[in-house]
Design a binder for this molecule. Structure first.
Ligand code: RP5
Length: 163
């Protein structure tokens, strides 16, 4: 099946974070591709990937990186596809370095920046599904069901002392 979302990350060490994006796309049955592409360690691969992403049929790119996290911004510089950036929580600065590296893009090249860590990765996957659902009624229905299920889980168990 044609992958609609590309999930790329700077290192294999980012996968424990970025798999949260895969988790929600699995649940909502959105096909995706995952690959390590590093802005610093494989810069030529990054440029080639970004330049060819639209022709490969991807609709959205999710880029996760930590530290001096140039990956999402550099990808965005070479493609018109929407790029969602996930700041991976770094050891040295707890992801503030990643966040600031990704979020403060210069006017004219956009990256939609999510929260630091797994919540950001999950929401990047979710947002990708929401964007794709604009042109996919079946996906829109699955999204509605996911949100209802989430709401119901909170309403059905409101006592904070119970698991
Ligand atoms: C970044 O450097 C990666 O995105 C990763 O978050 C960080 C550390 O990479 P490793 O040294 O664990 O490969 O490029």
């Amino acid at each position: 099946m044609q992958a609609l979302v590309a999930v790329v990350m700077g290192s294999k060490s980012d996968w424990p974070t970025m798999e949260a994006a895969a988790e929600i796309m699995d649940k909502l049955q959105v096909p995706y591709h995952v690959e390590v592409v590093s802005a610093h360690r494989t810069p030529d691969k990054l440029m080639e990937f970004a330049a060819g992403a639209a022709d490969r049929g991807f609709k959205i790119i999710i880029g996760g990186a930590g530290g001096a996290a140039h990956l999402p911004g550099m990808i965005a510089s070479k493609t018109r596809l929407p790029v969602l950036g996930v700041p991976v929580q770094s050891k040295a600065l707890s992801g503030m370095d990643s966040l600031l590296s990704i979020v403060q893009m210069p006017k004219g090249i956009a990256v939609g920046t999510l929260a630091i860590g797994t919540a950001g990765a999950f929401n990047a996957g979710l947002l990708a599904c929401q964007i794709l659902a604009n042109n996919d009624v079946a996906l829109a229905a699955r999204l509605d069901a996911f949100r209802e299920e989430q709401t119901r889980a909170v309403l059905d168990n409101p006592d904070p002392r119970e698991v």
